[in-house]
Design a protein around this ligand. Structure first.
Ligand SMILES: [Zn+2]
Length: 455
């Protein structure tokens, strides 16, 4: 039996139900709450945000009478946000307490800026508090491998949220030297980690000279990023004999989007603050329930900068049916790829970072890699650079090459002569690469992608 996700009682309370009454959260309550909040958000955005005033001009908010009616409204893109973020504001700038600047991975090159009021930041703390109670309990110590120095940064908000349940959060920042981080884990008696998959993997795969066993173990791990390779989850659980929970979120969502329960069967979505849809990335139409498409969300409770039908660029699907934990909160399967992340090879077939992740991270001793594809004499050339644990042998590039050849789409393109593999370069400098969005870098002739055309 799995304990029901604590997000259910939290959602019930936010939706005006009685948390003391077991099982009283229903889909009907969630949907009527979401419709009411949606209408409030649409009215706020239309009245206060110059961007949405123009966009919603032809779509009277009064016409939205059901959650399904929302699909009549246009989508908001990352490009809209980067072009003029100030036009999204619904409050004066002096009421903004935190601005996050995100370097765009898209084609505009302009950074995106996301604004939060003190109230919007409180929503984040509150979600972190209840989401984290899935995996930690009072008295635990959590090492946070995310930026946390600045007030309002993700690590800082998480420390404050954990403090509300007598859990000690230590903001650490990204891992650079695994040895140093492991020493902190031993010294501070860390029970749980929050971090990015490849960074946590680097810690789990680290051994001091002559050691076979890991120098330290943790009980629980929360991995947070756009996509979590299954092979990394399995490796962490095996190495540390721990539980690994996935979290889905992005800054535009207000950091948190959903977190797995003890059943670890998909993220339970943050339905009290966000309304999610899955759309066809080419047509923008809603896909049938359970089918894969692009994740789109609308904020329900944000005041500074609400977002309506915002395209995340992430591909995922809803999981129909009840969760083994018994919660009625909607679930989403782990995000696999980005809409722009599936690369069409010139000889046919798609290659994506998640395919490379699942294949390459099986190699023990590999801690990270980057992949670039470019044109060379009319054919595609794939180049992979790897980062390895210091104890890993010289044969790592060979093992990676062999693993690449085991992928059918790569083997087929090599046979046809439409793809060549560059030599695999290894970096064993010891300091971990700074985390970036995991994408194959496509340097071939730039053309419009399906994702861009819909806009
Ligand atoms: Zn569940």
């Amino acid at each position: 039996m799995f304990r029901k996700t604590p997000l259910e009682a939290w959602a019930l309370q936010k939706m005006g139900g009685n948390p003391g009454k077991a099982g009283s959260l229903t889909r009907a309550l969630i949907e009527s709450y979401q419709l009411q909040k949606l209408r409030e958000t649409l009215a706020l955005a239309r009245d206060r945000s110059p961007f949405y005033r123009r966009l919603l001009n032809d779509y009277p908010v009064e016409r939205v009478k059901s959650l399904r009616d929302l699909q009549e409204l246009p989508l908001t893109t990352a490009r809209d946000l980067s072009q003029n973020p100030l036009l999204f504001l619904c409050v004066s700038q002096d009421r903004i307490s935190r601005v996050v600047t995100l370097n765009s991975s898209g084609t505009t090159g302009l950074p995106k800026r996301v604004f939060f009021t003190p109230g919007d930041q409180e929503l984040i703390r509150d979600f972190f508090h209840h989401g984290m109670s899935t995996l930690v309990q009072p008295g635990d110590t959590v090492l946070i491998l995310l930026p946390g120095q600045l007030p309002g940064s993700v690590g800082n908000l998480l420390v404050e949220a954990l403090g509300r349940m007598q859990v000690r959060g230590i903001p650490h920042g990204f891992v650079r030297d695994p040895r140093e981080t492991l020493e902190i884990m031993v010294r501070e008696k860390v029970d749980a980690l929050v971090g990015i998959p490849t960074q946590v993997l680097a810690l789990a795969r680290w051994r001091f000279p002559g050691q076979k066993e890991p120098p330290v173990r943790v009980k629980n791990v929360l991995l947070t990023t756009d996509h979590v390779p299954r092979v990394i989850v399995d490796d962490l659980e095996r190495t540390w004999d721990c539980r690994v929970f996935n979290h889905y979120g992005m800054t535009e969502m207000g950091l948190g989007g959903g977190v797995e329960c003890e059943a670890r069967a998909g993220y339970h979505l943050r339905e009290a603050d966000l309304f999610f849809e899955i759309v066809d990335p080419v047509t923008g139409e809603i896909v049938p329930e359970g089918e894969e498409g692009e994740v789109v969300f609308t904020t329900l409770t944000r005041r500074g900068m609400p977002l309506i039908r915002y395209r995340t660029g992430d591909l995922a699907r809803f999981l129909p049916g009840p969760c083994p934990c018994g919660s009625v909160l909607k679930r989403m399967a782990p995000v696999k790829d980005r809409v722009e992340g599936r690369i069409l090879l010139s000889g046919g077939g798609f290659l994506s970072m998640s395919m490379l992740d699942e294949t390459l991270f099986k190699i023990n001793g590999l801690v990270n890699f980057q992949a670039v594809i470019y044109s060379k004499g009319g054919t595609d050339c794939l180049e992979v650079r790897i980062q390895t644990a210091p104890w890993a042998g010289d044969e790592m590039p060979k093992l990676v090459e062999r693993a690449l050849l085991s992928l059918p789409v790569i083997a087929e393109n090599l046979c046809k002569g439409t793809l060549t593999l560059g030599s695999v370069a290894a970096d064993d400098a010891g300091e971990l690469w700074r985390p970036v969005k995991r994408m194959i870098q496509d340097l071939r002739e730039k053309g419009g992608t399906a994702h861009e055309r819909v806009v």
